[in-house]
Design a protein around this ligand. Structure first.
Ligand code: SF4
Length: 424
């Protein structure tokens, strides 16, 4: 294992930018949340644009019944000529009478519902009373006004925290929606160390939920859950700060922080982690061959940028030129920044034209950015990686460490091959 002594980029000056930004909106989170929460339904109160975004991003529905839908705000709603609250009640009644499997209903705000100031909190409260105890109705905003796409999950999870019952039980809460296979690996490692009980937010079903309180400690698996972190602390739960579980080093440091909290001995820790760590190191070393000595530039998009930059610079030998993130929450990504070294620009927020000037001047070997920027930059000769893929692909913990490195090495390999072919 590498030396974990802090070298320290936590206090690096931050370039703060507030200009035009190019990101998806928070509705995108519904795509992975609806797979995770099996008795939930996400009802977006939005426009046809919102419906199209969801439908095209979610692709073909593989479930017998969909777990999300859009209540379309028509022109009469937008012009204030119809009572949108009444119409919402009617839509919800129709949905819940047909779908008795729904136990949690999320009313999801959008740009149009925010513009007409539709009070979804009031609606959720009213409908919750009406449909209790069978269905819990909550609300959050996925609007694209001043958000980035991972904030949808944050807003959703944060809306669930205040309604969890109180409990004094000593327990560990894992916070963040992970693909099932990854979640099972994490739970398996923790169980092998004798850590428990372990709960997960979001739980797969409303009935699986638990209480929280002052004896709850929580570990974050996603760095974009700042509001959820705040909501949990307000309920008395305590955060275990740690680097995020990306790669061998990040996973080991994350597990070590949790293990220390639960008094796990070095022997047990070593016994449980040695084999998967060795596999992760080998897989990363193979995939990272092509990354060594190459430069990387992150546009602000998924909010995974800081932990990923730590992984790429520490474990894959890359050099960061700029690490841009929509929001810099040092309470969450501080431990990752502590592990980073070298000179790079740490930027928060975006002024896209200025950032495009910087990336063109830097000509990095790899640019991690949103879909809207990737194609034009590819056309200019830069090699890109779509940030959104990092959220849709299983990348956390040991067994996925090689795949994570592979996500970054593939575009570089492809570009190298194209160069060779062009030269021949
Ligand atoms: S919430 Fe806003 S940004 Fe997102 S799809 Fe709807 S209108 Fe577009």
């Amino acid at each position: 294992m590498k030396d974990l002594a802090p070298t320290g980029c936590r206090d690096l000056p931050v370039l703060k930018q507030r200009g035009q930004h190019e990101v998806f909106c928070g509705l995108t989170g519904i795509i992975w949340l609806h797979r995770k929460m099996q008795d939930a339904f996400f009802l977006v109160i939005g426009s046809r644009t919102c419906a199209h975004l969801l439908q095209s991003a979610a692709g073909v529905m593989i479930f017998a019944e969909p777990r999300f839908g859009t209540a379309i705000l028509e022109e009469t709603d937008l012009a204030g000529m119809a009572d949108a609250q009444e119409e919402l009640d009617r839509e919800v009644a129709r949905l819940l009478s047909r779908r008795t499997d729904i136990k949690q209903l999320f009313l999801v705000g959008s740009c149009p519902s925010e513009v007409i100031k539709l009070d979804l909190a009031r609606a959720a409260e009213r409908l919750s009373q009406q449909y209790a105890p069978n269905v819990r109705v909550l609300n959050f905003s996925g609007s694209g006004i001043e958000t980035t796409f991972t904030q949808g999950e944050d807003a959703c999870l944060a809306s669930m925290v205040p309604v969890l019952p109180a409990s004094d039980e000593r327990q560990l809460l894992l916070v963040g929606a992970l693909p099932d296979v990854v979640e099972e690996q994490a739970l398996g490692l923790l169980a092998d160390m004798g850590i428990g009980p372990v709960r997960v937010l979001p739980a797969a079903r409303a009935a699986d939920e638990y209480g929280i309180g002052e004896n709850t400690v929580f570990a974050m698996t996603q760095p974009f859950l700042g509001d959820t972190h705040g909501a949990l602390e307000r309920r008395g739960a305590r955060h275990i700060p740690a680097p995020f579980p990306f790669g061998d080093e990040g996973t080991t440091a994350w597990l070590r922080a949790v293990a220390d909290e639960f008094g796990v001995s070095d022997e047990v820790f070593e016994r449980v982690t040695a084999a998967p760590r060795a596999r992760a190191q080998k897989a990363v070393a193979q995939a990272a061959e092509v990354l060594r000595g190459r430069s990387v530039f992150f546009f602000p998009d998924s909010q995974l940028e800081v932990p990923l930059a730590r992984f790429l610079t520490r474990e894959c030998g890359m050099q960061a030129v700029e690490v841009g993130t929509p929001f810099l929450h040092k309470g969450l990504v501080g431990p990752d920044l502590d592990l980073m070294e070298g000179e790079f620009t740490l930027s928060e927020g975006q002024d896209v034209d200025l950032q495009l000037d910087r990336v063109r001047a830097a000509q990095p070997d790899l640019t991690v950015c949103g879909l809207g920027l990737a194609n034009p930059l590819e056309a200019e000769g830069l090699t890109t990686k779509w940030a959104i893929e990092l959220v849709f692909t299983p990348v956390h913990f040991y067994e996925q460490a090689g795949d994570l490195a592979g996500l970054f090495s593939r575009p570089i390999r492809r570009r190298d091959l194209l160069k060779v072919e062009a030269a021949e």
